[in-house]
Design a protein around this ligand. Sequence first.
Ligand code: PEP
Ligand code: MG
Length: 762
Amino acid sequence: MPQTSMGTATSAAREILTRLHDVMAARTNAQAKLNQVVQIIGEAMHSEVCSIYLLRDGALELYATRGLRQESVHVTKLGLGEGLVGKIAEQVETLNLDEATSHPDFAYKPETGEELYHSFAGVPIVRRERAVGVLAVQHEASRRYAEIEIEALQTVAMVLAELIAGAGLIDDAQAGGSTREAGPQRLTGLKLVEGMGRGHVVFHQPRVHIEHTVAEDTEAERHRVYAAFRQMREQIDRMTNQAEFGVAGEHQDVLNTYKMFAYDEGWGRRINEAIDSGLTAEAAIERVQQRTRMRMREISDPLLADRMHDLEDLSNRLLRIVAGQLGTAAQMGLRQDTILIARNLGPAELLEYDRRRLKGVVLEEGSLTAHVTIVARAMGVPVLGRVRSIRQTVAEGDCLLLDSTQGSVLVRPTPAMEEAFEAKLIVTQKRRAEFAAMRDLPPLTRDGQRITLMVNAGLRDDVAALDVTGADGIGLFRTEFQFLVSATMPQRERQQRLYRDVLDAAGDRPVIFRTVDIGGDKALPYMKGDAEDEREENPAMGWRAIRLALERDALMKVQARALIEAAAGRTLSVMFPMISEPWEFDTAHALFESQRRWMAERSRPGPLAIRYGTMLEVPALAEMLDLLLPKLDFLSIGTNDLTQFLFAADRAHPKLAERYDWLSPAILRFLGRVVRQANAAGVPIGVCGEMGGRVLEAMALIGLGIERLSITPAAIGPVKAMIRSLDVAALRAVMPAWLAEGRADMRACLTEWATAQGVAIG
Ligand code: PEP
Ligand code: MG
């Protein structure tokens, strides 16, 4: 078959597609159609053999052939992975061989008479991301097929998938399985929020299933793609401009790559060519993406693989625009117990999901202190991060067993795996029950030191955690969560109602309200303006938290009044985030006091007292503590931000998620110094970052002199168990020497010490 007889890939595919279109429209039965299809392809490609195998009951059955013996139709069957055809289906990959019989996977089927044919090319027929059959051509002569021939075959295979599904020749439920392997698989990742959950796969950005592949009107399809490109570019530009708020959890470098691809002329041209060959807009986008995927599979460069992810995302976005399927899975609602799959999420996006049905989240990216992780922790939803291949490995509806405590997720588990999971779940529940039984026991160390254990909260429902855990109060109430879950800026009455409800639920236990910490990766879609004008390179270090609040002081005043009114007749504790210099505290303090006066002048009831504190999360503030401490009622260390700034390591950057240890001597020495200063000034000091919710880290903090921890509710039990088995004096006797030596193995030292001392570190 001379290559020239095929012309270009586009015209070759077009010729075949035009004829296939007529076959599909004809009122003949499915078998007759397939018989015609193999003739058409065989003729167009001048190939002696053209065969279609379809997956039925786990085997690939020869359904139609031109060239092989007709007696073998519906007789020849190959298992998944068996022979060349089985391998193509199992691996969802194309084979192009000049000498088929010498391939290690070749399986001889005498009934077909195929020993006559030397060359072989086969492509998978894919539906819903899974191979449902194989289209193969064979030639007597030994030759490798030209790229245009392979491409034409791949395009035809797409159309065949539609024809086959339309004719009911494959079971769509069967096709709803996953990609390469349908069997169970265990994937590992980074534990972001510990816990276990069972549910079915839902993609945060649902996949588009292409129903029509052959175009009726090529020009109309071209216009649909042009319009979708325009819309996608606008979206990307908008996201890049809003990146200061980390919209959709996307990173700036990802957005830059999106932008590069979105404007890439080569990509647009290839889609256009696919449309020229007779495909619909959706099929053309998918066809080009399939081709890129295949090319990239041959290159094992991790950087390129990352870019491939970006292009894959963008291609899906374009598909969703063309298909008019724009919403996230949250907008469609969860219908059953769900494990949500995403590349990354923003905190507001996560909050849109139904908490009762959301049993877990698996992310390809993610980091321990990103706000989406904190929100998930507050929601009690287990999260596993950095599972690189999850979106390729699972399909919508697959069953998943998520055990983020173990850092793993089981995909399509066997009944035995499900049983083991259930058994472990019972053990975990038992442990939780043991912790719950400690609810009323005080967090008292073995040598009699009372540690204050409080919870972090932010959502209305979180206050229930106070009673469940028996915590001493709420050490950090993230008021911005209410702003994040709202479609519009919450007005004073709404804020006040929330604060009052929280105070009512807390009773006489203290609640520390932190004024809004928005910006960074906490996006407020309704708060535009400055954000659009000035794109930020480093949003975490940008216009956020107190910086934004002092400039937008109307927002801060409204919040101050809401808090003051809500706390009428009680003590109000207010804390300011991201204070970097003492004057910022002074200004915020003055603003609150002015609001208090304003209300008092109008005889509105106010709090008995206001206690003012600040977060210590910007290292510069530590240098100014001698000046600031005398003005404070309390100080709370936000280790999430503090450590990202100490190490100059973005807290949300997936690649840095595990790089620096909270137990590094640099962090511990820094914290130790701050604790000594606060103690000397007689100012209560605590930790409210995620670090305090980890058992070993909490022990180290106590060893440094910290006596107040505000942590995620789920950590109260394990941390209390640790505290009750700890001899603080003994720990404080050993830690200074380790820190003085600057030991790089602090984690190992502390673990060894705790184990030897019988401290319950889990
Ligand atoms: C912190 O930075 O440690 C902190 C508690 O605040 P947030 O995580 O909300 O930034
Ligand atoms: Mg912070």
